[in-house]
Design a protein around this ligand. Structure first.
Ligand SMILES: Cc1cc2nc3c(=O)[nH]c(=O)nc-3n(C[C@H](O)[C@H](O)[C@H](O)COP(=O)(O)OP(=O)(O)OC[C@H]3O[C@@H](n4cnc5c(N)ncnc54)[C@H](O)[C@@H]3O)c2cc1C
Length: 424
């Protein structure tokens, strides 16, 4: 487990040295946290400290943040890909053709990797960031079967990655699928860096991307006080601060409880009348019992203030129009996600109005399959309108949006892939 407290620094920790409010430093902390890599964050306060700790000229030197690895390697303002390379995780595909290509290494993709590789399929997983997906960003998943005391998302993901690797699955991290081409009996996946992945079957498990508030200066504060998701890497930094969590779902509830242990106060801001219809019972009980957590209903974030870091927000009551200002250095947005499937529309994969991939019986309209389905057989339950192209987890229309369901769909997709490969 990652221990980020200064006192607990081990020689094996990566040191991330930068100034407060640096979006790049946040991205690096988030990536290391989600990848279960121990690190320590050194927040620079003045030019002298910047020279001493990071070896740069001053606090505003463009070479910040600096990362120092346990072997002494020093990297100035590294990209996530460079960090992946340094950790020895950046690989090129070892085969010219695979049986199964899986896009996305969240719970659905990881499960598909374990089952695909264990069935002897030559399996490759392409992940644009760290393994674990949304699950990897949560401090504790408490409702996942077999872990009565809960398990940190990054820990669960790392175990699954290791398990898949033992069966021979290949992981290509920091690589993003951007397009596809369908040839008879195979799919060519195009990655952002120009790499081509050829596979006899494909599972799309790309999940969803955090929804934004859509406020004018939102991007300016990203990583500088405003974060998407539960912000596990930031928990230790919220010591005695006022934290605001936006959203009424389980991810917001978990974030609130996670911060309640270190923050002075946690304010949960929700649009609806109460948490009852959106939050699991066990989380409602905990929120009610936590003395430093309060819930503000019928309210939305209207404005963000601060320079360069977030200092306060204006909240508006959506029933009365009444406004109030709250001071905060940490605003965590947990308002669900949207699938990123524009590429799928461009290559003729069927989507619903919200962009989720439609599979199996959900493709039927008044009892008829789409004209693009040319085979005599019915599509398999998780198969899209392109034979051999499957979807699993949150990216799929009608998905339950739970870890266990995503894992179940990943496993089921592999069974259907095996049927498809036997048929074809
Ligand atoms: C903070 C938080 C807490 C949660 N807590 C719980 C909980 O306690 N219990 C529970 O059951 N559920 C929980 N959930 C929901 C659960 O995590 C999700 O339902 C689950 O992660 C969905 O898995 P997935 O694999 O379908 O998608 P995701 O987890 O979204 O993973 C998709 C992966 O695909 C990658 N990707 C996307 N596009 C591309 C591309 N083009 N190329 C390559 N890779 C790509 C992404 O980087 C990501 O890693 C929580 C969610 C959040 C955000």
């Amino acid at each position: 487990m990652t221990d980020k407290s200064q006192d607990a620094t081990q020689p094996s920790d990566v040191r991330v040295i930068g100034r407060a409010g640096s979006a790049m430093a946040y991205k690096i902390r988030d990536y290391l946290q989600r990848s279960d890599v121990p690190f320590v964050w050194v927040e620079l306060e003045n030019d002298q400290q910047a020279r001493r700790e990071a070896g740069v000229n001053d606090l505003h030197d463009a070479r910040l943040p600096v990362c120092v690895f346990p072997d002494g390697t020093r990297m100035e303002c590294p990209t996530i890909r460079q960090i992946t390379e340094k950790l020895g995780w950046f690989r090129s595909p070892s085969l010219s053709e695979y049986d199964l290509a899986i896009y996305g290494a969240g719970p659905a993709g990881l499960s598909a990797a374990v089952y695909g590789a264990s069935e002897g399929l030559k399996t490759v997983v392409i992940e644009r960031s760290a393994v674990g997906g949304q699950a990897g960003t949560t401090s504790k998943i408490e409702n996942y079967l077999g872990f009565p005391k809960g398990i940190a998302g990054a820990d669960l993901a790392e175990r699954a990655r290791e398990q898949a690797c033992r069966f021979g699955a290949e992981f290509l991290l920091s690589r993003e699928g951007v397009s596809a081409q369908f040839l008879p009996g195979k799919t060519v996946g195009y990655l952002a860096d120009g790499t081509k992945i050829i596979a006899r079957s494909t599972i799309c498990a790309t999940g969803v991307q955090y929804r934004r508030l859509n406020l004018p200066n939102e991007q300016k504060f990203f990583g500088a006080g405003l974060y998407y998701g539960a912000g596990v890497s930031e928990t230790a930094l919220s010591d005695n601060d006022e934290v605001i969590v936006v959203g009424g779902g389980n991810s917001a509830g978990q974030a609130a409880m996670n911060f309640s242990g270190s923050a002075k106060t946690v304010t949960v801001v929700i649009r609806g009348d109460s948490l009852k219809s959106t939050l699991s019972h066990y989380l409602i009980d905990r929120i009610n019992a936590a003395s430093n957590v309060r819930v503000i209903c019928n309210t939305e974030v209207a404005e963000l203030h601060g320079d360069p870091m977030l200092q306060s927000v204006t909240l508006t009551n959506n029933k009365t129009g009444e406004k109030q200002n709250l001071s905060t250095k940490g605003l965590f947005i947990c308002i669900g996600g949207v699938p990123q499937t524009d590429w799928a529309a461009q290559v003729g994969i069927m989507r619903d109005e919200a962009g989720y991939l439609v599979t199996g019986p959900d493709m039927l309209k008044e009892g008829h399959l789409p004209e693009s389905w040319l085979l005599d057989r019915q599509p398999y339950y998780l198969e899209t309108n392109i034979p051999g192209m499957f979807a699993a987890g949150d990216v799929r229309h009608g998905a339950v949006k739970r870890c266990a369901s995503a894992v179940g769909e990943g496993a089921m997709a592999v069974t259907l892939v095996l049927r498809y490969l036997v048929d074809s």
